[in-house]
Write a protein that binds this ligand. Structure first.
Ligand SMILES: Cc1cc2nc3c(=O)[nH]c(=O)nc-3n(C[C@H](O)[C@H](O)[C@H](O)COP(=O)(O)O)c2cc1C
Length: 287
């Protein structure tokens, strides 16, 4: 039986953490209502580079809720070496969670599920949740909301039921929990390429945030939250490494000194807002 629930998450602007925490709470409650007793939950925040230097290994009496945001329809590509190499399951169970910004999750969920299964996990359930887009105030605004968190709860409860059933059947966990499919192309044909509504490509790969030094108070909150560890602790206007446009620095800055003004970035953001802000993308649960 499950002795420990683990939540390993990357979350630059907080939505992924929120969804994963709700899933974890629901699994824990579901297991304890099914007679499993109080099960401890541990959180592993891998949003900063130091945390991604370690390897995380989970045993066959543990459940991992592994949660990442979708970037360009996939698991953020700079995080792939970590996900592939440093999250190991020695027969542990997993729930894969991805969050996306009201456009689409494309192949991110299937990618995560395939990697974790390759790394020794048995998948119990998986979900893709539409949240606020990191680039925008209006794209998926306010999400995850109550309705989304109810669906996160449904996912957690379903996983708990499967685990309890496996336990009561007394059968081999893999056979008892069974396999399930998720949406996405297992061939992982490529990354979503930003484009305008006419299909013209927009290249934002080299874009980095700028800093208005007349507003900056040198509190270095931006450097502390930078998910790539790329903002200099000597001068917050200086980028020392790569930027994935996660927007953590913009959201944390207390004076609004960080901003993007690259015309391609602004165009991409505007096009996404004009194409997708008027709808509510659905969450998808698989188990
Ligand atoms: C570089 C980048 C690429 C993204 N690509 C997609 C995408 O392909 N589809 C989508 O719907 N959302 C996309 N998003 C939005 C994020 O997946 C979404 O906002 C997510 O909830 C952010 O999680 P966080 O709040 O935990 O950081 C992208 C965000 C960033 C920063």
């Amino acid at each position: 039986m499950i002795k420990k629930i683990n939540v390993l998450y990357f979350s630059a602007t907080g939505t992924t953490k929120k969804v994963a925490s709700k899933v974890a709470e629901a699994v824990r409650d579901g297991l304890s209502q099914g007679g499993a007793g109080e099960i401890p939950t541990e959180f592993f925040n891998v949003s900063q580079p130091q945390a991604r230097e370690k390897t995380y290994t989970f045993g066959n009496d543990e459940l991992l809720i592994c949660a990442f945001p979708v970037n360009a329809g996939r698991i953020p590509n700079l995080l792939l070496p970590f996900v592939k190499g440093n999250i190991r399951g020695e027969g542990a169970f997993a729930i894969e969670v991805v969050t996306f910004g009201n456009r689409a999750f494309d192949d991110a969920l299937i990618e995560m599920k395939m990697i974790l299964e390759e790394n020794g996990f048995t998948s119990e359930a998986a979900g893709a949740f539409s949240c606020r887009h990191s680039f925008s105030e209006i794209l998926g605004a306010g999400r995850p909301d109550e309705e989304d968190l109810k669906e996160a709860e449904t996912l957690g409860k379903a996983a708990a039921e499967k685990l309890l059933k496996a336990e009561s059947d007394g059968s081999d966990s893999k056979a008892a929990t069974g396999t399930f499919a998720v949406d996405g192309n297992p061939e992982l044909p490529g990354y979503y390429r930003p484009q305008d509504r006419y299909g013209n490509p927009i290249n934002i790969l080299k874009v980095v945030p700028k800093t208005d030094m007349s507003k900056c108070k040198r509190c270095f909150e931006c450097a502390k939250v930078c998910t790539m560890g790329s903002i200099s602790f000597d001068d917050p206007a200086v980028m020392t490494g790569k930027c994935i446009k996660c927007n953590a620095c913009l959201r944390v800055c207390p004076t609004g000194a960080k901003y993007f003004d690259d015309p391609g970035y602004i165009l991409h953001k505007t096009e996404l807002e004009e194409m997708y802000a008027g709808r509510r993308a659905e969450n998808r649960l698989f188990y």
